[in-house]
Ligand binder design. Structure first.
Ligand code: 5GP
Length: 207
């Protein structure tokens, strides 16, 4: 059985990446989503163990010390990290494990797991991002301005990702993400075990 790969999905706040990931998970059982650990407080409606594992700072630092996280980062005063056990188990079961993480974590994953695939999801334009953030109707003008400013900062790092996927139409974006991951898995550097087997099988013909 083929091993799965790590798929990092990042994107500006308001890019719709959460919706894209939800649809991807509902359409294919090739994927599963890693649930992160965080020290931030749950927002209304968030469920422990589903949205995040909500823990204290002490518990988070203890988990780091035990090597229980494959990466972690600080984001606006809180810790966020990816638990190791689930990721390793699912990859061995052949699943593609999605990490929905910010750019600093994404860069750490790329260093630690060069075979991972990094996707950046973005709306087609800055105006469209503003329109979507305002359309949610849940944040003040001030918060929206802060998120747009952060998007402008984050846009400097987009060049480090492997693929950019534009989220203009949801269905098209989900199809594009799936196709991108499938072709990324076909690259020789992600097929080393297969290549090795193939070469062994061909040795008998060697003259
Ligand atoms: P939020 O507090 O809005 O849920 O998340 C804040 C940011 O932290 C988002 O950009 C989210 O993708 C990122 N994030 C969530 N989990 C992790 C994680 O395990 N590691 C890292 N590096 N970032 C994370």
């Amino acid at each position: 059985m083929d091993k799965g790969i790590l798929v990092v999905i990042s994107g500006f706040s308001g890019a719709g990446k959460g919706t894209v990931i939800k649809k991807l998970l509902s359409e294919s059982d090739e994927y599963c989503l890693s649930v992160s650990m965080t020290t931030r407080n749950p927002r209304p409606g968030e469920v422990d163990g589903k949205d995040y594992f909500f823990v204290t700072r002490e518990k988070f630092e203890q988990t780091i010390a035990e090597g229980g996280l494959i990466e972690h980062a600080q984001f606006v005063g809180n810790y966020y990290g990816t638990p190791r056990a689930y990721v390793e188990q699912k990859i061995n079961e052949g699943k593609n494990v999605i990490l929905e993480i910010e750019i600093q974590g994404a860069m750490n994953i790329k260093k630690l797991y060069p075979e991972s695939v990094l996707l950046f999801i973005t709306p087609p334009t800055g105006e469209e991002l503003e329109r979507r953030l305002k359309g949610r109707g849940t944040e003040t003008e001030d918060v929206i301005a802060g998120r747009l400013s952060r998007a402008s900062e984050e846009s400097e790092g987009i060049g480090e990702y492997d693929y950019i996927v534009v989220n203009d139409d949801l269905d098209k974006c989900v199809t594009d993400v799936m196709e991108t991951i499938r072709s990324a898995k076909r690259k020789p550097e992600r097929q080393m075990d297969f290549i090795e087997e193939l070469r062994k099988g061909l040795e008998i013909y060697h003259r």
